[in-house]
Design a protein around this ligand. Structure first.
Ligand SMILES: C[S@@+](CC[C@H](N)C(=O)[O-])C[C@H]1O[C@@H](n2cnc3c(N)ncnc32)[C@H](O)[C@@H]1O
Length: 287
C-alpha cells in the first residue's frame, strides 16, 4: 500500500507504457536510480569477481525496468527523460511505444553482461519492461500479501544481488520474509537498498539478520530521490522525521526527499571484504 504522501503517484505506476511515469517524475526531478547506478555497478563488479558467469540481479519494485535500463546500458536518467519526452511518442499507441522501445534498447551498444529479474506489484509495468527487453524475467506479485509464486522460486535461487530504489516503504520486512528462504538457497545475494530517510530500515534489518545477514548503512551520505511534490508533502515528511527523532534541517527542509544507502551481506562476506574498502569506492563514485 502506498504511503499517504505518495498516494498521487499510484496511477502512473501501472500503465501500459512508461510515458506518464517519466513525464510526472521528470517534473519532480526523480533522480535516485541515477545516484544508485555507480554504487550498483560497483557491487556487480564485486560479485563478478567471485564467479565467471553472468551476474544475476533481482530489482525489487522494478517498475518499467528503470534500473535495468541504466545498469545494462550506457544511459542516465537524463537520457531516459529525453527519450520519453520526444514528441513523436506523445500520440503513439502503447503497442507502438513498446515496439519503439524494443528497437531503441536493441540498437544500443552491447549491453552489460548481467541478467535482471524484476519484481513489482504493477502488472503492466513489468510486462512492458519484459517486452521491451529490459528485464530477462519478470514477476508481478505483491509479497506484502502473497507468497512467492512457484516459477519465481525457481528463478530466484540464482540471484547474486538484490537492488531497490524508491521501493522501501511500499515494501516492508514482510516481502523480505517471503523472499529470503528462496534467495538464500543459492548464491546468498548481497542486498542493496536506497531508502528514504523517513522510513526506518530497522524491521527489514532484523529480518535479514535472522538469515545471517549483516546490514551496514553508508554513513554521512544522502542521495536526492526527488523534489517534494508540494509544500504539504514536505510539511508531512518533516513532521514525521521530527517524530522519528531525525533532524531534517539542512536536508529535507531544503526541498528534496533524501535517501540513504543500506547494504546487507552474509556475515562471512562482510568479514571477507571489509566495508571500509567498499565504502571508500562507493563514496568516490557517488560524489
Ligand atoms: C517510486 S517507484 C520506483 C520504481 C523504480 N525502482 C525507480 O526507481 O524508478 C515505486 C515502485 O514500487 C512498486 N510497488 C509498490 N508496492 C509494491 C509492492 N508491494 N511490491 C513490489 N513493488 C511495489 C510500484 O508499483 C512502483 O513501481
Amino acid at each position: 500500500m502506498a504511503p499517504e504522501w505518495a498516494a498521487s503517484m499510484d496511477d502512473i505506476y501501472d500503465q501500459s507504457d512508461p510515458r506518464a511515469y517519466f513525464r510526472e517524475l521528470e517534473k519532480l526531478g526523480y533522480a535516485i536510480p541515477n545516484a544508485a547506478k555507480p554504487i550498483f555497478q560497483e557491487l556487480i563488479s564485486h560479485r563478478r569477481r567471485r564467479k565467471s558467469d553472468t551476474v544475476h540481479v533481482l530489482d525489487l519494485g522494478c517498475s518499467y525496468g528503470v534500473n535495468a535500463a541504466l545498469l545494462k546500458h550506457d544511459l542516465s536518467m537524463g537520457d531516459l527523460y529525453e527519450h520519453w519526452s520526444r514528441e513523436g511518442l506523445a500520440d503513439a499507441t502503447p503497442e507502438a511505444v513498446i515496439e519503439h522501445d524494443r528497437c531503441f534498447y536493441a540498437g544500443l551498444d552491447e549491453a552489460e553482461d548481467i541478467k535482471v529479474t524484476g519484481l513489482d506489484v504493477s502488472e503492466n509495468a513489468v510486462a512492458f519492461a519484459r517486452e521491451a527487453g529490459l528485464l530477462d524475467e519478470a514477476f508481478a506479485v505483491n509479497l506484502e500479501t502473497e507468497p512467492l509464486p512457484a516459477p519465481a522460486e525457481k528463478e530466484l535461487v540464482s540471484v547474486d544481488l538484490v537492488t531497490s530504489t524508491g521501493c522501501i516503504g511500499y515494501v516492508t520486512e514482510k516481502s523480505f520474509d517471503r523472499l529470503l528462504p528462496t534467495v538464500t538457497c543459492g548464491r546468498e545475494p548481497w542486498i542493496a537498498n536506497f531508502v528514504l530517510r523517513m522510513f526506518s530500515f530497522d524491521a527489514i534489518e532484523e529480518t535479514l539478520s535472522g538469515w545471517g545477514y549483516l546490514t551496514e548503512k553508508l554513513d554521512g551520505q544522502t542521495f536526492v530521490q526527488r523534489e517534494f511534490a508540494s509544500v504539504e508533502e514536505q510539511k508531512q515528511v518533516v513532521e514525521q522525521m521530527h517524530e522519528m527523532g531525525i533532524d531534517p534541517s539542512g536536508k529535507e527542509m531544503e526541498g528534496n526527499l533524501l535517501a540513504e544507502f543500506y547494504l546487507s551481506r552474509p556475515k562471512k562476506d562482510a568479514a571477507d571484504v571489509p566495508i571500509e574498502r567498499l565504502v571508500g569506492c562507493l563514496r568516490a563514485l557517488s560524489t
